[in-house]
Write a protein that binds this ligand. Structure first.
Ligand code: GDP
Length: 651
């Protein structure tokens, strides 16, 4: 039995399997009494926590762990227990949905983490399949945001009930009752039925570890939250003896275990070593296969076990053919569950082997085989990434990867940099699709919070980018403005909005629908400054070009012909010599050069650089450097190409 063997293993001090590297030991004052209860006897509750980014989900899960005693009292709890990926910590967002389980007074509460960023929306949808209810977490000051609306709509579509926690009530600017009203209005707007409208609610602070039923109650601990979960999350249907149905809701990849399928046992019991049929939703021929590894969640870890019963969440390892939505059934009773709808990718990007004159100087993995291998691995781990088979891709020499947004692909690029890869990428492009015979493009519901003084500029900006304003609402000294904007219009918007609002705008967006192609959008307004030779940039040379535009590089940066080193003040591209040295006269003016005062360069982040690119440009990515460049490095070649393009346009 999985329960006893697990307890045994921990008693003897054996390490438990840790796949995401979070590496926590289990349990407080181990073993607490209720922990010794066999899992099979525990009451299971499956809940998905959904929230807009930054509304405090990760922090709340941490304090829930502490309250339930999953960490030892004297154990230093690493903050943000659920976000174990390095980038997740830095960016403060959850990228890969992870599951955890909390043992609480004889109850087993499986918590499904959902990514809080629009680019990762596809995962929200799939993880909801594992839950029986959602805990909707709403910031007491900010109120519901587009992502809140998105996940809630998905939860209602899946027939789930939402429990509400108004979080961060400790904030001085908390507007608790107004936010509760806004949540209620949102429920009505999304067509919640009576039962869903009658939602239970607690108010609390995840950070400070308390929840209350009434704002006047004393703020002590999280018990009211746990009570609400026990009372209002429906118990899963218990049908341990029925024929097995286990559907993969998420896939992961582990170097030792291979493909990992995570999902819920819908019916029956899954056993390690058991022979099963891997069935596709379309009921095509099933594959017979043994279950080679079976795990369940304990705290933040995956623990090997012998069986997982109906209603619980299981992790099945080693079935390479597993796809999202496939069901494991007994060979003699093949009864697959309906397919899981997947959000389609909206953005595509090309990855190339770097052919810059500086190629291979900083990276460890630079060949096309290495890059392709890494992209294949990424697509295996994250089903929302689609790698177009090289022979059917339009990327020519490169590889085309499709994802859910610039940030989604940006996260992969940043990971690859950190692992030592060097490569180039092209401009992110929006994917078009035929709907009813018409070419359509993705549109996103977009919400911007901005100081009211900047609202006019933002409305004008989105107006130019075919945004349709759907809502505007004052909000203390700021305004919330909502638009329906083509995804194309959002590329580069984050940077532009920051400039227009002196860094104050908060932008969030989420896919809404496909609409007929809206025609051309304004391109980048300015041309670029391009280095016309290889060398090191010299302060003197740069100083002479100051009136031409803004530099992206500091003095002393190695440059090559065709590398973009700044933005032109005018709309055309301009080749410049930043390596020009001062002619030495007889009387050496030593040290003079050092006195040249240059404004600080505009150094772009990875996402900014991706959003800045035009079609004829690439971003060169190395573990140490990001360089913008022209696809064609030689000015002669570029001129020839422009002439050719102009000719073709006239024909
Ligand atoms: P997530 O993106 O939803 O996972 O949000 P996080 O848990 O990362 O929290 C986002 C930010 O809000 C962090 O800076 C937290 O310290 C802060 N935060 C979380 N919970 C609370 C709370 O209850 N009160 C206040 N004032 N801040 C909180």
């Amino acid at each position: 039995m999985c329960d006893e063997s697990w307890i045994d293993a921990v008693f003897r001090g054996f390490a438990v399997v840790t796949v995401h590297g979070a590496g926590y030991l289990l349990s407080p004052d181990f073993p607490p009494k209720d922990r010794l209860m066999p899992h099979s006897k525990k009451q299971i509750r499956n809940i998905a926590i959904v929230a807009h980014v930054d509304h405090g989900k990760t922090t709340l899960v941490d304090t829930m762990f502490q309250f339930a005693g999953t960490f030892r009292k004297n154990q230093q709890v690493q903050e943000r227990a659920m976000d174990s990926d390095a980038q997740e910590r830095e960016r403060g967002i959850t990228i890969l949905a992870k599951n955890t389980a909390i043992d609480y007074h004889g109850w087993r509460i499986n918590i499904v983490d959902t990514p809080g960023h629009a680019d990762f929306g596809g995962q929200v949808e799939r993880t909801l399949r594992m839950a029986d209810a959602v805990l909707l977490l709403v910031d007491a000051a900010e109120g519901p945001m587009p992502q809140t609306r998105f996940v809630l709509r998905k939860a209602f579509e899946n027939g789930l009930r939402a429990l509400v926690m108004i979080n961060k009530i400790d904030r001085p600017d908390a507007r608790v009752s107004a936010v509760l009203d806004e949540v209620f209005e949102l429920f009505i707007e999304l067509g919640a039925h009576d039962d869903q409208l009658d939602f239970p609610v607690v108010y609390g602070s995840g950070r400070d570890g308390y929840a209350v039923l009434d704002m006047k109650d004393e703020r002590t601990d999280l018990k009211p939250l746990f009570d609400m979960l026990q009372k209002h999350v429906p118990a899963p249907v218990q049908d341990d003896a029925g024929a097995l149905q286990f559907q993969a809701a998420t896939l992961d990849h582990d170097d030792f275990l291979g493909r990992i399928a995570i999902g819920r046992v819908k019916r029956g019991t899954i056993k390690n070593g058991q022979r099963v049929a891997l069935c596709h939703p379309d009921r095509s021929k099933a594959t017979l296969i043994p279950v080679k590894g079976l795990f369940r969640y304990e705290g933040l870890n995956r623990v090997a076990c012998e069986e997982v019963k109906c209603g619980d969440i299981a992790v099945v390892a080693g079935i390479e053919e597993f796809r999202i939505g496939d069901t494991l059934c007994p060979p003699e009773q093949q009864d697959p569950l309906p397919p899981i709808h997947m959000d389609e990718p909206t953005i595509s990007m090309e990855f190339f082997v770097s052919n810059s004159p500086f190629a291979g100087q900083e990276g460890q993995f630079v060949t096309s085989r290495q890059i392709l291998g890494r992209l294949e691995k990424a697509a295996l781990r994250d089903v929302a990434l689609v790698l177009v088979p090289p022979d059917s891709s339009e990327a020519g020499e490169g590889y085309e990867l499709k994802g859910r947004g610039v940030m989604h692909l940006g996260v992969l690029i940043e990971n690859m940099r950190r692992e030592g890869f060097e490569f180039s990428v092209g401009k992110p492009r929006v994917i078009l699709k035929k709907v009813d015979g018409k070419l359509c493009e993705p549109y996103e519901r977009t919400s911007i919070d901005v100081p009211t003084v900047s609202a006019g500029k933002i409305i004008e900006y989105f107006g130019r980018r075919r945004g349709e304003m759907t809502h505007m609402e004052p909000f203390e000294n700021s305004s919330r403005i909502e638009f329906l904007v083509p995804s194309r219009g959002l590329i580069g918007a984050r940077t532009a909005l920051m400039t227009l609002s002196q860094g104050m705008a908060i932008l969030s967006h989420v896919f809404e629908c496909w609409r007929p192609d809206g025609g051309p959008l304004p391109m980048r307004q300015n041309g670029v400054l391009i280095a016309d030779r290889t060398g090191d940039s010299i302060p003197y040379g740069m100083f002479g070009l100051l009136d031409r535009g803004t530099f992206f590089i500091a003095p002393g940066t190695p440059v090559y012909e065709g590398m973009i080193i700044g933005e032109n003040n005018k709309d055309n591209d301009l080749g410049v010599n930043v390596c020009r040295e001062k002619k030495l006269t007889n009387i050496r003016s030593a040290g003079k050069d050092d006195n040249v005062k240059l404004p600080p360069p505009h150094v772009m982040s990875l996402e900014e650089a991706l959003e800045y690119l035009e079609d004829d440009e690439l971003l060169e990515v190395t573990p140490k450097t990001l360089r913008l460049r022209k696809r064609m490095l030689s000015e002669m070649e570029r001129k020839k190409q422009t002439r050719k393009d102009n000719k073709a346009a006239r024909v």
